[in-house]
Design a protein around this ligand. Structure first.
Ligand code: AMP
Length: 306
């Protein structure tokens, strides 16, 4: 089954303590779509400007990502720039140029409306809701968000939470959204706001998954020393998770399947941070994913039943 991915497509400038690279392929939807494409067919909805390099379009197409829903607008592509501190975890946004993203309204081609799996990658919650308005029978809807929307669009986000099956967010965002300092309380609190499942990311410390009936799973992060650019780790996690679910779901989603999906999302994210932009995902092979999944399983000492 395929996944619909909606979000930002960007040209990023990223500075780390050792390197700086400009105009890299980035954006929440780029990372998520490419990650999902390792498992299932992907339909992408987003916007680029006239300056968007043809080589990036060719790369996305080469990953079997359907670009029928990609809008080409007059003007420049969305640009974002960020700088990482020495810990490679703390990040400061240096600039945001919305450009064609400012007037973006996601419009789904008719052939996308019945896509069973939907990943609403990070964009304004009102736009995420607009995507759902156009869907006919989504089986499982996942939304990502960020601190900005909790700050400036909380009512829209709260309305969206009542329409999604799963919310993905990081620890800081979960605390900000709920006012709870304890992350377990925050996870339960967010479930009470609407989504049946919550994936709460803790960066280098892994991820917590909350489900109905008190179901809970704590997933470690793969221990990495070779960290070059954390940008898009969250989007890659979400894309890998959504793609895995779409590829392996035959009936109703179970918590056991979601655990596998969370581990696969974590595996994809761990590869993505090994190089700038989406460079590592360009060369990544299915066998690499399987090997790291196995290493992950052994190191976490968990057995997942299907
Ligand atoms: P992450 O590292 O998961 O926070 O995602 C980083 C990506 O998000 C970068 O590639 C940016 O282009 C993109 N991004 C940054 N700010 C926004 C925003 N306000 N809306 C959508 N995408 C954004």
């Amino acid at each position: 089954m395929s996944v619909l991915v909606v979000g930002s497509i960007a040209l990023d400038t990223v500075k780390t303590p050792l390197h700086e690279h400009a105009d890299l392929l980035g954006g929440s939807a780029s990372y998520a779509a490419v990650a999902a494409s390792f498992f299932s067919p992907v339909k992408l909805v987003g916007v680029v400007g006239t300056d968007f390099p043809a080589e990036h379009l060719a790369f996305l197409q080469g990953r079997n990502i359907d670009l029928t829903g990609l809008q080409h607008a007059e003007g420049k592509t969305f640009r974002w720039s960020g700088e990482y501190m020495l810990d490679m975890n703390t990040r400061e946004t240096r600039s945001v140029d919305l450009n064609v993203f400012e007037h973006f309204t996601p419009t789904l081609p008719a052939s996308f409306a019945a896509t069973p799996f939907v990943l609403l990658a990070n964009i304004a919650p009102s736009l995420q809701g607009h995507v759902l308005d156009q869907m006919s029978r989504a089986q499982f809807v996942i939304a990502d968000t960020m601190d900005l929307w909790i700050n400036i669009a909380r009512p829209d986000l709260e309305a969206l939470l009542k329409r999604v099956d799963m919310l993905i967010l990081n620890d800081g965002e979960a605390r900000q959204l709920t006012g709870e300092h304890n992350l377990i309380s925050a996870g339960h609190h967010i479930r009470a706001m609407g989504p049946r499942y919550v994936a709460l990311k803790k960066g280098e410390h892994g991820c917590l998954l909350f489900g109905p009936d008190g179901e809970f799973f704590s997933c470690a992060a793969f221990p990495l020393e070779n960290l070059h650019d954390p940008t898009g780790a969250g989007d890659t996690f979400a894309g890998g998770l959504a793609g895995y679910l779409a590829a392996h779901t035959t009936g109703p989603i179970t918590f056991a399947q979601l655990k596998h999906a969370v581990v696969n999302g974590s595996v994809l994210a761990s590869f993505n941070v090994e190089a700038f932009s989406l460079e590592r995902l360009r060369t990544l092979q299915k066998e690499d994913i399987q090997h790291r999944y196995e290493a992950f399983r052994l190191l976490s000492q968990f057995e997942l039943s299907r």
